[in-house]
Design a protein around this ligand. Sequence first.
Ligand code: AMP
Ligand code: ZN
Length: 456
Amino acid sequence: MIKLYNTLTRKLEEFKPISDREVKLYTCGPTVYWFAHVGNLKTYLFEDVLKRVLEYNGYHVNHIMNLTDVGHLTSDEDSGEDKLEKGAARENKTVFDIAEFYTKHFLEDITKLNIEFPTKFVKATETIPEQIELIKTLEDKGYTYKTADGIYFDTSKLETYGRLWGEKEKTDFKSRIEENKEKKNPADFALWKFSPKDIKRQMEWASPWGIGFPGWHTECVSIGVKYLGTPFDIHCGGIDHISVHHTNEIAQAEAAYGNLLANYWMHGEFLVVKDNKMGKSEGNLVTLSDVKDPLSYRYLCLTAHYKSKLNFAEESIEGARISLNKLREKIDELDLSSEPKNSELKEKYENQFLEYINNDLDMPKALALTWDMIKDDNLSDKEKYDLIQDFDKVFGLRLKQEKLDVLEEIMTLLRERESYRKERNFEKSDELRKMIESKGYSIKDEGNNFSIKKER
Ligand code: AMP
Ligand code: ZN
């Protein structure tokens, strides 16, 4: 049994997928106008762990992630500029170039973090007709009205608006500043924005209401429904999406289709720096290129529950790097030819691991269990290695024995260096050492022997 915390009910619930074998998962993707910061990546890592846990339990996960390449405004309200158009003006490029550049960067980041790619990435601009269709449905059902700058959703028409809110979100919402005086209710949100008359937008489309572009909240509903149907199983994002973005997604689905779009809504807590959320406007951004070993950031995120805040500091990332390297060293020392010793104990570890990960993704406990297991003398080295390989399907830390991973090319260089060393030609052997080091390995000479290690 998998238990997941559902923001919709504010309870830990038994997960019951719509179909027996497949889980339909939607996760809100990036707005591709800037580099992802490690805070954003914490959320994608939590979603990746969720997906891996579902896969570990035998489900096939049909996972859709959108790429917002149009229409996400610089504020969460309906004012401000389109982030993509703003990025294009800033960098003197086309919006299409901006989207392509930052999408590529995002894909590189998630690859470095060993985050599994979704079944499909869907760009907002690929589903404009579906978004227009959804707005037409909402219009036909009487949920929309027009102002000078766009078509809005009338939240007063939906009695259940704000279903996702707890006390915190209600308070957050009260602090919103409204700039569009024509809005009937503060919570109303734009479904379609008209292109400004005085500025030529690079991305705009014809619609029954005039030339313009869709609102951000409409994008995720249309994409989710198109690829997963409605309701689907799980919808995820960071906690900042609870009060506005996901609330407005649910409102549209409820008004248009009479359901809540997804059965389980899950949200990851923030990455913070000295108690402040990491964010662009907070001016405390760290990107993955600032992190020495990307997988050590993955390790750091595994040390905290996804619903807990995680502090990002030089000491915490360095601590994670040291721990991960220690774990790698322990794994490298395991003798894979050892005989099985205690299959009962091995099974006990397997069961405990499953219990932790299925309890709302308790990765800190799963990680602590792994350390206990690796130090447990009652298991053979091979048993430990097999368990690690199994657990790593969820951890995603690429915990393979490094010594098995020395490439053929490095082996050749090593053999050559050895023969120079035997001839006492230290100049040549040093040259080869440098070549080997430039390929990311370090060599330690110990008398006539040597050891080699992959550098992190
Ligand atoms: P955005 O591009 O702003 O829509 O953010 C992309 C994802 O990152 C969303 O799911 C956000 O909720 C999440 N996010 C933004 N800031 C943070 C943070 N400091 N910590 C964790 N997740 C965040
Ligand atoms: Zn979304």
